[in-house]
Design a protein around this ligand. Structure first.
Ligand SMILES: Nc1ncnc2c1ncn2[C@@H]1O[C@H](COP(=O)(O)OP(=O)(O)OP(=O)(O)O)[C@@H](O)[C@H]1O
Ligand SMILES: [Mg+2]
Length: 367
């Protein structure tokens, strides 16, 4: 996948941007506050119709301005499309080859993987953020997963409503029925998360060998709920979860919600066996995130037959010279289009890899 042309105007401080990014590594360089992250944000917006920094689209419009225009030409495996996003106040219009589209049919024309400041929360933040990290990855590989996830959430809500209402004697049978549905829906979520994490684990362990030149091992562990399912065969999940729900029923009734199940899953990312969430240094965490994202990119490539675009903000933040070099080399030689931003170009220049450069100054890009 190749974003071969990009035009942006009116997003934050960006003005009159017209670029033809190369197929390999492009580095956006510039001092603080010049528009580097905004340029990445506009590419993300072109791909997803959303921002990675805010849900409030009207915050993106240039102060005193009215309209944002983002246009791009994408070369995918077999087709070529012209994408356009127009934001006017809170209104968003999405176009493909001149025809207006709803979000669902707009998406999927420019696949990308992004590593931006907020994404680091997946490793350091709440379990919910890690579940979101897993689920996003699974959706990329099998879009039908969204339905399985929605079904689980619906059934869970119903069961919780029943628990909250206090269980009358005639409702115990109802709870049995909801348990059965919950187990079936949970299985759809558990098995897909589990399978995805197995693949991600294998890939990221390989990539970690490059990103951690001292040879530290990166491992993923699916800390699923109920916990005892973690070590058992996937086929045993349903019966295990059904039994756990029974055992836990009194507690659930006491607290008024379901205390076990995939909505309580977590992911442990470990470096040399130590949980990064608790013990990871800033650089270790960031390098691990690079490995996870590149692993995700490879899995998407296997699925779609073409590499997604890779975006990375604040390229050298927290990385020492040796790790930054390892990351830059793997991006430059990865065979996919990458756009990274940094305020310190000397860092990448010193590494000696091939890259194209875009210089940002006061919202204007100079190639
Ligand atoms: N809605 C807006 N309208 C105009 N300017 C804005 C808007 N939102 C943010 N800005 C400004 O746009 C500029 C570019 O911000 P951006 O985050 O892209 O900078 P950056 O080059 O990534 O900087 P850093 O190196 O600090 O990450 C900043 O000066 C910011 O204050
Ligand atoms: Mg920035």
């Amino acid at each position: 996948m190749w974003l071969r042309k990009l035009q942006v105007d009116g997003l934050r401080n960006l003005q009159g941007i017209e670029l033809s990014p190369g197929r390999g590594l492009t580095v956006i360089v510039g001092r603080n506050g010049q528009g580097k992250s905004s340029l990445l944000e506009s590419i993300y917006m072109l791909a997803t119709g959303r921002s990675f920094r805010t849900r409030k689209l009207d915050e993106l419009v240039r102060w005193g301005g009215a309209t944002i225009r983002i246009e791009g030409e994408v070369e995918a495996k077999s087709d070529h499309s012209r994408l356009k996003v127009i934001l006017h106040g809170k209104e968003r219009r999405l176009m493909v080859n001149g025809a207006e589209k709803a979000l669902e049919s707009y998406l999927g024309r420019l696949d990308l993987i992004d590593l931006t400041a907020d994404r680091m929360h997946a490793l350091k933040g709440s379990p919910q953020e890690r579940r979101r990290f897993i689920d996003r990855g699974v959706v990329g590989i099998s879009p039908g997963y969204l339905r399985a996830l929605g079904e689980y959430r619906r059934v869970l809500q119903q069961r919780n409503a029943l628990l909250r209402g206090g269980i009358r004697s005639d409702a115990a049978g109802q709870l049995d029925a909801w348990d059965e549905r919950l187990v079936a829906a949970a299985q759809g979520v558990h098995l897909r998360r589990r399978e995805y994490l197995e693949r991600l684990k294998a890939r990221s362990a390989e990539i970690a060998k490059v990103v951690f030149p001292d040879g530290e091992a990166l491992t993923l562990r699916y800390r699923c709920s109920p916990r005892d399912a973690e070590k058992s065969d996937p086929s045993a999940f349903s019966s295990m979860f059904a039994q756990a729900l029974k055992r836990q029923r009194e507690t659930d009734q006491g607290v008024g919600f379901t205390t076990l199940g995939p909505h309580r899953d977590d992911l442990a990312v470990e470096l040399e066996g130590n949980d990064l969430r608790k013990f990871g240094s800033a650089g270790q965490t960031r390098a691990s995130m690079v490995a996870l994202k590149l692993a995700k990119l490879e899995l998407l490539k296997e699925q779609r037959g073409t590499h997604p675009l890779f975006l990375m903000d604040d390229f050298d933040a927290d990385l020492d010279e040796i790790r930054a070099r390892a990351v830059a080399e793997s991006l430059a030689q990865g065979g996919f289009q990458t756009v990274v931003a940094t305020s310190k170009i000397s860092f990448i220049e010193a590494i000696g890899v091939n890259f194209d450069q875009i210089h940002m100054e006061k919202g204007v890009a100079h190639a």
